[in-house]
Each structure stands twice: as C-alpha cells, then as structure tokens.
Design a protein around this ligand. Structure first.
Ligand SMILES: NC(=O)c1ccc[n+]([C@@H]2O[C@H](COP(=O)([O-])OP(=O)(O)OC[C@H]3O[C@@H](n4cnc5c(N)ncnc54)[C@H](O)[C@@H]3O)[C@@H](O)[C@H]2O)c1
Length: 264
C-alpha cells in the first residue's frame, strides 16, 4: 500500500499508545507503507524498543514520551511532531485502557479514568490534528481505534464500552465536520486481539468465573466465527488501508475487525 501522498515528501503519521500491541504493529506497518512515524506512549522503556523496531526496518521515526490522559500532553505531543517534521498527514488514536469489574462496583474515579483517556483524548487529539491539517490545506487521515464493546456494551466494562461508543460517535461527527477539508475520519472496532490488554482482561474475568485465565480466553475464542483471536497485524492492516490513497472516498465508517463475532 503506498503512502497517503505520492509526492517527493515523506508523509507523517502519529500513532498513540505505540509502544506495544496494536499501536506498535500499526507504527511498524505505517513505516513500511512509507510514512515517517511518531510513536507516542506513556511507557518510556517499551517506547524505546518500539522505536528501535521501526528504525531497524529503515523507518523514519521519533519517540514522544507523554501521558495522553493529560490534554496538555496531547497538545505537546502533536506540536512536537509538527516541530520535528513540519507536517502531519495521519493520526491514529490508539492509546486506550480498560477497567474490568462488575457493573455495581464501578466508581466515579473508574469512570473518569476511562472516559478521559479513551474518549476525551480522542476528541481533542483529533481536533488538534485537524487544525494542523487544515492549516496546510492538504489531505489528511484520522483513524480511531474503538472496539466492538462500543457496539454491544459489556456487563463488566461499562465505562470502556461507553467510551468506545463515544469514539464511534466522535468519528462520525469529525468526518462530517472535516470532509470539506479532504480529511477522512474512520474508526476500527477490533474484537479480541492477542495483546497484553486481552491477557489482563481474562485474568480478571477468570477470577470472577472461578476458572483459569486460559479457560476464560478459550471460551471467548470459541465464540469467534473465524476461530482465532486477531493479531495486532490484522488491525494494523485495516489502519493501513484507511490511511492509503485507496480509501480516499471512505469517511465516517466504523469497521469491525473481529473474526465475525460482531456483525452490526
Ligand atoms: N486488545 C484487544 O482485544 C482490543 C480490542 C478492542 C479494542 N482495543 C483497543 O485497541 C487499543 C490498543 O489496545 P492494545 O490491546 O494494544 O493495548 P495494550 O494495553 O497492549 O497497549 C496500550 C498501549 O497504550 C499505552 N498507554 C496507555 N495509557 C496511556 C496514556 N495515558 N498515555 C499514553 N499511552 C498510554 C500503553 O503504555 C501501551 O503501550 C486500545 O484503545 C484498546 O481499547 C483492544
């Protein structure tokens, strides 16, 4: 898949939560597609190793250490990308966290923690990236990593599911608001992806169910029509497509990448 812009200048992408999992696979994939990639993450150690992985494959890259739960840090991170490379062509809002606990035990602090990073940050990072893209008058791409939890709700992840439903809504509002600037905005709703987040979720669900984490995960995978978890690369491939010239007529969509477990 070629880069977004096919001129002599390297297009620039920002991937949040890029130190591991889906974000890391996305950063590697976009670098292979020809983007210079800024990797933003809270975890400095894993961030350095992810940046090395991109650089070792001849990708142009920079590490930005930031806690994106803070809007000041969101602003600083996106400004740093513009200062480094003087442009911004694609933003992938991937950083996210979940809290898995029974509905009746969710506290106001849990709600704030999840909604601030998983929804508020997505909105304001999108807004700031859009301003930069509009100022240059160039085509742009924004891809938000939502979740199938945002489609159907979760009994033990209510704030997370609400945030991800909000991400789908923000995606559609932004797509409408930014279409005249040739900025497309799409969401991806992964299903069960083979990452540290999934392992953490099943450790907690296993305790509730009184089974092993492996058994909890096996039961979940048993419900997936394609019979396996997604790899981070499966999600990165969809991001790559949305960031490609081939996707220039697609905006405001939410694509399930879930092996068929969710079909609406
Ligand atoms: N794993 C799944 O099954 C799954 C399913 C659907 C959606 N998702 C979504 O995909 C995205 C990535 O998930 P993953 O499974 O790769 O997660 P992960 O936990 O493996 O990785 C998340 C990354 O985000 C970073 N991060 C967390 N909080 C941050 C903060 N405040 N500021 C900056 N960086 C921060 C972490 O350090 C980590 O590197 C999330 O938005 C998640 O909700 C994951």
């Amino acid at each position: 898949m070629g880069p977004l812009r096919q001129d002599a200048v390297t297009p620039v992408a920002v991937v949040t939560g890029a130190a591991q999992g889906i974000g890391r696979a996305t950063a590697v994939r976009l670098a292979a597609d020809g983007f210079a990639v800024a990797l933003v993450d809270l975890n400095a150690d894993t961030l350095e190793s992810a940046v090395r992985e991109v650089a070792e494959r001849d990708g142009k890259t920079v590490a930005i250490h930031a806690d994106l739960a803070s809007l000041d840090e969101v602003t600083r991170a996106i400004e740093q990308v513009q200062t480094t490379w003087g442009r911004l062509d694609a933003l992938v809002n991937n950083a996210g966290r979940e809290i898995t606990k029974p509905f009746t035990e969710i506290s106001p602090a849990d709600w704030e923690a999840i909604l601030s990073l998983d929804l508020r940050t997505v909105f304001f990072a999108t807004q700031q990236a859009a301003r930069a893209m509009i100022a240059r008058g160039a085509e742009g791409r924004i891809v938000n990593i939502a979740s199938i939890a945002g489609r159907s709700g979760r009994s033990d992840q209510a704030p997370y599911a609400a945030a991800k439903a909000g991400v789908i809504s923000v995606t559609r509002s932004a797509a409408r608001a930014l279409a005249t600037h040739r900025i497309t905005v799409n969401a991806i709703c992964p299903g069960i992806v083979d990452t540290a987040m999934t392992r953490r979720i099943h450790e907690r669900r296993a305790r509730e169910l009184g089974v092993s984490p492996e058994e909890s995960l096996r039961r979940m995978v048993g419900r997936i029509p394609l019979g396996r978890m997604a790899s981070p690369d499966d999600v990165a491939a969809a991001v790559s497509f949305f960031c490609s010239p081939q996707a220039s007529y697609i905006t405001g969509q939410a694509l399930n990448v879930c092996g068929g477990i969710e079909m609406d």
